[in-house]
Design a protein around this ligand. Structure first.
Ligand code: SAH
Length: 205
């Protein structure tokens, strides 16, 4: 955790959650021995589990409070969802790749994360049936924020999104009383896997 602190993560609750959660639970067996290096790793289906630094960075920007309803877009390995859960959030997480959803949803259940609900679906649409959310977190690099997702954010809520082509700048955006998007923080540059439209069903590969 000292490494994360040195890289500028100061939120003690986030540092504690990252320190507490064994990352190897979320990695394919083959990568277990590398689980504690600060690197992204493949999780199958050409996707990666984010670096602990990136997870800590996004989580700190979201400023999660207990019992808040948080929507995560891009479940992937479930690691980020688990960190949000440890912070006391009620987590709703959505994944467009059915194979990943089928792997991760039961894993989160087995690990006892009862405050996480995982969905297979297109994050472009968000989860209107579970809205509104206090916070929304994109874990894939988007070129813009879909209106349908922004509509699901509460007034005064926080939406954290890496925006851009190729490399992305991290933004934290809120919703004003008038329903407008307002940038409240502009952060560092990252390289995320792309935010893609539509779902990928597992029978297609
Ligand atoms: N939060 C994950 C990081 C996974 S990488 C973790 O902690 O491991 C980003 C994920 O976003 C990938 O699994 C990718 O399939 C997913 N994704 C990309 N576009 C999406 C969309 N439109 N809806 C839902 N998930 C999406």
């Amino acid at each position: 955790m000292e490494k994360l602190r040195l890289r500028g993560i100061t939120d003690e609750q986030v540092l504690e959650a990252v320190g507490q959660l064994p990352r190897h639970y979320f990695l394919d067996k083959a990568f277990e021995e590398h689980a504690y290096l600060d690197k992204p790793f493949p999780i199958g289906n050409k996707q990666t589990i984010s670096q602990p630094f990136t997870v800590a960075y996004q989580t700190a920007m979201l400023k999660v409070e207990k019992r808040q309803r948080i929507l995560e877009i891009g479940t992937g390995s479930g690691y980020q969802a688990a960190i949000l859960s440890l912070l006391g959030a009620r987590v709703f997480t959505i994944e467009r790749q059915e194979a990943l959803y089928q792997k991760t949803a039961p894993l989160l259940e087995q690990l006892g994360f009862s405050n996480i609900r995982a969905y297979f679906g297109d994050g472009y649409k968000g989860l209107p049936e579970m809205a509104p959310f206090d916070g929304i977190l994109f874990t894939a690099g988007a070129e813009d924020i879909p209106q349908a997702v922004f509509d699901q954010l509460k007034v005064g809520g926080r939406l954290v999104v890496p925006l851009g082509k190729g490399q992305q700048t991290m933004y934290c955006i809120t919703k004003t009383k008038e329903g407008k998007a307002e940038v409240i923080e502009e952060g560092d540059l990252f390289s995320f896997v792309p935010f893609l439209k539509g779902v990928k069903e597992s029978k297609t590969f």
